[in-house]
Design a protein around this ligand. Structure first.
Ligand code: GLV
Length: 330
């Protein structure tokens, strides 16, 4: 039997490759070369499946040029690298990797909040520079976390995980804003109250962003929103670059219009706005919110599950455009 061909676009766990090789003829990129779009298109010729990681843009131009492609399995919960409408129009299944990273990502959201509020990295840099010569009463005094008000914009699974950590672990008052309100049972479980975005920005001591990126969520936080926040507030972005206007944020941090920010994602990453690198009151991490070995293994495993299920049985665990599945079955 001829085995379908699959391209793995980025370096990945050897065991992930080994699992794929049980079912497919696999081309890998274990040296993790950065491929241009033309190189990606060239590698995808004859491939029925692609294992992608969130950095490969799958759009109409690529799909037109890759007629054999039937599925792209993203090893990420976010899928703004996929033009899902174009994929559907081309009959290409899109899958993502939800759920398996929820708790790990919520942990990291909280870690970034704590590091930002309590000035962990800023004080560490001071110590490493050899500037710590004596104690002083206000040295790196930060903002309170326990008992403060946590505002979450985007109350999906990860947002709910952060709410529970805040409410149950740190006695925080939790308010949230979301496209749609959670049902009462879920609100009670998260001890969270629904408020308008404006109310959230005005009242929260810590604002955490967990909304998926789309044209509608572009610059959810810009200069106008930063102006509504408390001057003592912190802003945490673990969602996607582009949800925050990074230039406006850098200016607000420089002028102390808000106290601090913690950012795991950036507009145009891996480039970081140069003004963010100049301000001390920001904690910067390189898009690592889901980065624990077991979670990354589970995300890769789910992408493989989707490739195997679709290319061998016409099924999928986490389809984003399930109409492609039903059309394929006809
Ligand atoms: C990471 O950013 C993801 O979407 O999984």
């Amino acid at each position: 039997m001829i085995r379908p061909k699959v391209l793995v676009a980025r370096a990945i766990f050897p065991e992930t490759i080994a699992r794929l090789e049980q079912h497919f003829e696999v081309e890998t990129n274990q040296s993790d070369e950065s491929w241009s779009k033309a190189q990606l298109i060239a590698r995808l010729q004859g491939k029925a499946g692609a294992f992608t990681t969130g950095t490969e843009r799958i759009d109409a131009e690529l799909l037109d040029a890759c007629p054999d492609l039937r599925i792209c399995a993203n090893m990420a919960v976010g899928y703004n690298n996929f033009d899902v409408d174009a994929m559907t129009a081309h009959g290409v299944l899109a899958t993502n990797a939800p759920d398996v990273l929820t708790e790990t990502t919520a942990d990291f959201g909280f870690a970034l909040l704590m590091a930002t509020a309590r000035r962990v990295t800023e004080s560490e840099h001071y110590l490493r520079r050899g500037e710590w010569t004596k104690w002083s009463y206000d040295m790196f005094a930060g903002s309170e976390v326990h008992g403060s008000t946590l505002g979450i914009i985007g109350m999906g699974r990860i947002g709910q995980g952060i709410a529970k950590r805040g409410a149950h672990g740190f006695g925080m008052k939790v308010v949230y804003h979301n496209r749609s309100r959670l049902d009462a049972a879920l609100e009670a479980e998260c001890k969270a109250s629904y408020v308008s975005k404006e109310e959230l920005l005005k009242t929260a001591d810590h604002v955490v962003l967990v909304v998926p990126y789309s044209a509608a969520s572009h610059h959810t936080i810009g200069a106008a929103e930063l102006a509504q926040m408390k001057p003592t507030a912190t802003l945490i972005n673990i969602a996607r670059g582009g949800i925050v206007d990074d230039a406006a944020l850098a200016a607000a941090l420089r002028d102390k219009r808000i106290a601090a920010a913690g950012l795991d994602v950036f507009e145009g990453e891996p480039k970081v706005h140069p003004d963010l690198l100049k301000v001390p009151n920001v904690v910067l991490t390189p898009h690592i919110a889901s980065a624990t070995v077991p979670t990354r293994q589970a995300m890769a495993g789910l992408a493989v599950d989707n490739l195997v299920a679709y290319l061998t049985r016409g099924e999928a665990k986490t389809p984003l455009n399930p109409s492609v599945l039903s059309a394929a079955r006809k």
